[in-house]
Design a protein around this ligand. Sequence first.
Ligand code: GAL
Length: 671
Amino acid sequence: MIGLEGIAYGGDYNPEQWPREVWAADVRLMRQARVNLVSVGIFSWALLEPEPGRFDFDWLDEVLALLHGGGVRVDLATPTAAPPAWLFRADPSARPATREGHRHGGGTRQSFCPSSRSYAEAVTRITTALGHRYGRHPALALWHVHNEYGGVNAVCYCEACAQGFHRWLADRYGDLDGLNTAWGTTFWGQRYGDWAEISPPRAVPIPVNPAQELDYLRYANDVHRANYRRERDLLRELSPGVPITTNFMIANCREMDYWAWAGEVDVVANDHYLQAERRDNHIELAMAADLTRAVAGGRPWLLMEHSTSAINWQRRNIAKRPGELARNSLAHLARGADAIMFFQWRASMFGGEKFHSAMLPHGGTGTRIWREVADLGAVLSDLAELRGTTVSADVAIVWDWQSWWALELPWHPSADLNYRERIEAYYTALWRAGVQIDFARPESDLGRYRLVVVPSLYLTTPAAAANLRAYVEAGGTLVVSYFSGIVDATDTIHPGGHPGALRELLGCVVEEFLPLHAGERITLDGGLNADQWAEDLHPCGAEVVHRYLDGPAAGQPAITRHRVGRGTAWYVSTSLDAAGTGSILSAAGRDAGLGDPTTGLARPGSVEGVELVRRSGAGRDYLVAINHTDTTVRLPIAGHDLLADRPCTALDLPAGGVRVLRLPGPAASPR
Ligand code: GAL
């Protein structure tokens, strides 16, 4: 996709932080580490255009020439995430406004209003200039538009945004009657007689209309997307044939609906940083990578940023231990990444990120990190043949950003309701059982999956409900967790009793939500434990699989199973602990014909803590095996060890080690 021979390897390169003498050494060291792609110019606007309309491209010309001479390709950024100070001096309203009405200050990046006209004009000028100058540069492999849309200034509450919101609403609802009905403005006397009466959901002492909040998030997502498109379309014209992308923060940015962004980029690029303090953070990494692959439509994607070791912006920035850098990078690669890139090439000496790790640490090439970076470069060149191969899965988890937004609006039954926590609970149980997982949108075709898990899909559109039903009728196995199917796209309750959109499919009705006290634990029959949530659940067609033994619903059904058409729909009305989640997924997995009937989901011979992921393509199957345990593991898998370049009859994985095998025989056909 980006015209490189093998796996792309490199990072953000910010030469402007260094004197010219360093640049040649940088390129020499890049070659040593087998870096073949760097992202340049991400925050360089103030240097490239020191005054409005006056450009200085000399230094960038020189950098690109050096990189080109060294055989390093360039992912050239438009620097529009960091507008120069002159923009705000001339137009203070180009700063974003907070919910409370304060304008952001300066001295940092990403501090612009996404609806600002002066910002848009300046963006057009710098993007056009860059496109003209470098659009056909021989080093150019990819355009990196902006940086992390929605990262800091996802939602702005200023007057320009309010006016844009009015136009967006008029477009969505046609007229004010449509809006008043959709928003339920008869509640609390909010009926609007003019678009201009509607404000962004600014700070007020009690919650703003939830439908208004939800639409404002949709609008904000669209504003950023339109900004991206403006730059992309300029570059398409000026730089024909060169792929264009922007770096997403899939799984960790709540505000951007990446399903809506997916079709806008030529190749999906993602940034991922570990939650450093978590000991199981490699599972969250796998989840983010699987979700990124889903956003990429199953095609290979680019890991645009991750860290070689510690980052600088969490509470405790735990450094990676020896070998972790390679494990993390290869886990992304296993799950479909065709590029392994870092923030950043050379550690900064000043500024807010001077304690962030880099490929080349402050200590230079005599450091462990540098050695691991150089080793990884060699490993990736040995894995070139994996480029373009894909991953397939039998199990999918439904993920929906808009449902995430809606679920976490205020004044819901419990503060414990947490969309990502539920998703992760199910993902983790599947990961531990060694199951390969895809993510899917609620409305997408699910027919290729044996098992589909729907954690807390609070906002369920009629189209999504019909899609889930069709999936089960055709023979699929569905597991739905509590607080799903409750409202439609306008945050209006589906009628007839909860979960309105899914009641008939699940064959049960919830009379009342029974959130638990903080720390309260409850038990179910069959040795299952849960917390946070219970329900007054009544079957209307479903069989009862487990009952509550205690808590507010003692004696009542807790988990049900409903045969519909050729398939089965499970309902889990409580927040099961890890063991309980695993056991229900195993039972549902048996319905789905997955895994081993005696062990449930776990594949025969799989070892917990050993990640095994297959990539296939062009008639070949590859297995990436990562040992996250602290003991050596031997698995009866034969193949050609690509890193040692020799055949092996069994897979020996040292503690913390990674192996990549080319498996014998033709690729298994993806089902
Ligand atoms: C990313 C950002 C990079 C760098 C990095 C540090 O969010 O895109 O520019 O700041 O975080 O972890």
